[in-house]
Unconditional design. Structure first.
Length: 407
C-alpha cells in the first residue's frame, strides 16, 4: 500500500485533498449538516472555545495512549463511527477503512446503510467489526440484520436512536442525491471531471445498499433508496430498545443521545454504553453541541455505563478535550472520511496517525502520561453550557417555566 505524502500534516490537509479527488455531490453529502447547519458549526465552535490547563513540571517522556473501549483493547481512545455510503467516497471504502482501523488497533463500525454488506466486509477482513443498526420498520428485517451481525461475529451493536425521521440536507436536494437519486448534468460533469475517482469506482463490489440486497426485486438504486427511506421508523422508542436488547447477546452501544434523562433511560433499558452524538450536526439543527452536554450526561450516567462522544473531532487535541470533559473515548466520522477520500486505505491510516501524534503532544503539554487517567483537571475553560442544562433532572433555569398556560 502506498503511503500518504509526507507533507500531509493535518486532517484539514486530508479534507482539501479529498475535495480535489471526489466529485462534489459526494463531498457535499459528507460535509453537510442539516437545515441551516447551526449545530454543525456549533460542534466546532464549542470544541474550539475549550482551553487546556498547561502543566510543565512533570516527566512526560513515557506516555500511554492505549486503553479499552467496550472491553476491546485500543491503541488510542478512538473508534471509526458508522457512515452510510462510505463506499461512494472510495470504491470498497468500507473494507479499506476497516483494514486500516484494525491494523491501527481501533474498532471499525459498519453502517446498516453502507454500500457493502456485512458479509462483503467480513469476508475481506481478518476479524469482526462493530455493526450499527438503523431499526427497520419491518421488524423481521431488523431481526435478520441482527442475526447476520451475530453470524459475522460482531462483538458490539451500535443502535442509532436519532433517526426517527431524517434531517434535510439542502445540498443533497440540490445535487439530486434525494430519493430517488437523479443524474443531473451538473453531477455528470462533476463525475467526468474526477476521472481517478470514476475509474476506481468501476472496481466497486457494489453500487447500492448492500445490506438490503435481495429486498428489491430489480436491485435498482432508485428503488433501493426508496426502500431504505421507507424503513425509517418514527415509532422507535425505549420499548423497542428493550426489544433489541433482548435479541442482542453482545455489547450494546446506544448512539444519538443528547440528554441526560434519555441517557438514564437507555442505561435502564440495558445499554452497556452511550454515544453522545448529534449525528455530526446532520439531524436536529439547533440541538446543542456534544461538547456542551457531555459532562452533564457523564455525571447522570455515573459508573452504570461507558460514555463515548462524537461530532466535531478534527484533531487529537479535540480527542483530549472530550476525554477531559469525561468521555471514555471518541468516535470519528468526517475525520476518517477525508482520509479515505484523499488516499483510500493509506489516507485512513494517515488520519489515525495524525490523531495519535496530536493526542500524544497534547497529553505531554497538559502533564498527562496515561489516557486512562485524564481528568477534568486538564480543562481550564469548558465549553459554554447550553441555556437549559440538557436533561438535568436537577432542572435548568427554564425547566419549570410554563410558557403557555392552559386556560
Ligand atoms: C457521510 C456521513 C454518513 C453517516 N452515516 C451514518 C450512518 O449510516 N449511521 C449512523 O449511525 N451515523 C451516521 N453518520 C453519523 C456519524 O456516525 C457520526 O455521528 C458523525 O459523523 C460524527 O461527526 P463528525 O463527522 O463531525 O465526526 C454519518 C455521518 C456522515 C458524515
Amino acid at each position: 500500500m502506498r503511503k500518504a505524502p509526507a507533507d500531509i500534516a493535518s486532517i484539514e490537509d486530508l479534507r482539501k485533498r479529498a475535495h480535489a479527488r471526489v466529485p462534489k455531490p459526494f463531498m457535499d453529502y459528507m460535509e453537510a449538516g442539516s437545515f441551516a447547519e447551526i449545530t454543525l458549526r456549533e460542534n466546532r465552535r464549542d470544541l474550539d472555545s475549550i482551553r487546556f490547563r498547561e502543566r510543565v513540571m512533570f516527566d512526560v517522556s513515557d506516555r500511554k495512549l492505549e486503553t479499552t473501549m467496550l472491553g476491546e483493547k485500543v491503541s488510542i481512545p478512538v473508534a471509526i463511527g458508522p457512515t452510510g455510503m462510505c463506499g461512494a467516497i472510495w470504491s470498497n471504502g468500507e473494507i479499506l477503512s476497516c483494514r486500516a482501523a484494525h491494523d491501527f488497533g481501533i474498532p471499525f463500525s459498519l453502517s446498516t446503510n453502507a454500500l457493502l454488506s456485512i458479509e462483503d466486509v467480513r469476508s475481506s477482513v481478518t476479524r469482526p467489526f462493530w455493526f450499527q443498526l438503523y431499526l427497520e420498520k419491518d421488524r423481521g428485517f431488523s431481526k435478520e440484520l441482527l442475526e447476520r451481525a451475530k453470524k459475522a461475529g460482531c462483538p458490539v451493536l451500535i443502535l442509532t436512536m436519532d433517526l426517527h425521521v431524517e434531517g434535510t440536507r439542502y445540498c443533497d436536494v440540490h445535487n439530486g442525491l434525494g430519493v430517488p437519486p437523479k443524474l443531473t448534468p451538473a453531477n455528470i460533469w462533476s463525475i467526468v471531471s474526477h476521472p481517478s475517482w470514476a475509474f476506481a469506482m468501476l472496481h466497486s463490489k457494489r453500487w447500492s445498499f448492500g445490506n438490503y440486497a435481495g429486498k428489491v426485486k430489480s436491485g435498482n438504486v432508485a428503488e433501493m433508496a426508496e426502500l431504505v427511506k421507507s424503513q425509517l421508523d418514527s415509532s422507535f422508542d425505549v420499548k423497542t430498545l428493550e426489544w433489541v436488547r433482548s435479541l442482542w447477546p453482545g455489547k450494546l452501544l446506544v448512539k444519538g443521545i443528547m440528554d441526560a434523562d434519555d441517557a438514564k433511560m437507555a442505561v435502564d433499558a440495558g445499554a452497556d454504553a452511550i454515544l453522545v452524538s448529534n449525528h455530526g450536526g446532520r439531524q436536529l439543527d439547533s440541538a446543542p453541541s456534544t461538547a456542551s452536554v457531555l459532562t452533564g450526561i457523564v455525571d447522570a450516567v455515573g459508573d452504570k455505563a461507558e460514555v463515548y462522544v462524537d461530532s466535531g473531532v478534527r484533531s487529537g487535541l479535540d480527542v483530549l478535550k472530550f476525554l477531559g470533559l469525561g468521555a471514555r473515548g471518541c468516535f470519528i466520522g468526517r475525520a476518517y472520511l477525508y482520509g479515505l477520500g484523499a488516499y483510500g486505505e493509506a489516507g485512513v491510516t494517515k488520519a489515525l496517525e495524525i490523531l495519535e501524534d496530536e493526542l500524544s503532544i497534547a497529553m505531554a503539554l497538559t502533564g498527562v502520561t496515561d489516557v486512562r487517567k485524564v481528568s477534568r483537571d486538564i480543562i481550564l475553560r469548558p465549553p459554554p453550557a447550553p441555556t437549559i442544562s440538557a436533561g438535568a433532572t436537577s432542572g435548568g433555569p427554564f425547566r419549570d417555566v410554563r410558557v403557555y398556560e392552559e386556560s
